[in-house]
Write a protein that binds this ligand. Structure first.
Ligand SMILES: Cc1cc2nc3c(=O)[nH]c(=O)nc-3n(C[C@H](O)[C@H](O)[C@H](O)COP(=O)(O)O)c2cc1C
Length: 196
């Protein structure tokens, strides 16, 4: 049996560090599910960029469909799966925008190509041709002309403030270990075991 931390955040951070140490490519990739206005769920992969007691942060285009969904229903679920470790972690919570300063600080760490792409791409809009995007990239390159690239107003981060976190550890004979943390009224976490 795993010895679980009473707090799921250090438990998660240790798991993330193990995934990185195991050499898992894009170990910080996670699926994010949102609920569309028509009630249909929608899932895509993003990269987890920060995690602490406040929640789980990813960055994206704030005009994208996922953020449109979140504006009308802030409930989201996240899921990571590391096949090499036989571990799945599911997180449910409520998404909120990160502070502008926090997004600025992270944006400044991105390589220039990614910074320019954030300006050039109208994420998930229909595009006539690849050349259209390439022209937009070229126009942004000229606009910033070798100087610093500021964070675009439409690009920022979302923090998922967790209310439920489940750690799943794969075991032989399908007798997997599952630990569900639920946020208690007191602000602490309750842990329950789930059947595999
Ligand atoms: C490994 C991987 C990492 C990704 N990371 C991000 C990310 O951090 N932010 C992001 O906006 N999209 C990321 N994407 C693209 C999204 O999956 C998705 O295509 C895009 O955000 C548009 O989603 P939407 O139309 O549902 O808003 C990533 C895709 C993959 C496969």
């Amino acid at each position: 049996m795993h010895k679980m931390d009473p707090n799921p955040i250090p438990q998660f951070k240790a798991a993330l560090a193990s995934a990185e140490a195991a050499g898992i490519e894009l170990y910080n990739a996670m699926s994010v599910s949102t609920i569309r206005a028509d009630g249909m769920p929608s899932t895509r992969v993003v990269l987890l960029k920060d995690v602490d007691e406040r929640g789980f942060v990813f960055y994206t285009n704030m005009n994208s469909p996922k953020v449109t969904d979140i504006k009308s229903n802030a409930n989201v679920s996240l899921c990571v799966w590391w096949s090499k470790l036989l571990e799945q972690i599911r997180i449910e919570g409520v998404a909120e925008p990160v502070a502008d300063e926090e997004a600025d600080t992270y944006f400044a760490t991105r390589d220039r190509g990614s910074q320019v792409s954030a300006w050039a791409s109208q994420q998930s809009e229909i595009m006539g041709s690849r050349e259209e995007l390439e022209r937009a990239v070229e126009a942004c390159m000229q606009r910033f002309d070798g100087g610093p690239v500021p964070r675009p107003p439409h690009w920022s981060g979302l923090r998922v403030v967790p209310t439920r976190i489940e750690f799943w550890y794969g075991k032989a004979d399908r007798l997997h270990e599952r630990y569900l943390y639920t946020k208690a009224e007191s602000g602490g976490w309750d842990i329950t075991l789930l059947q595999p």
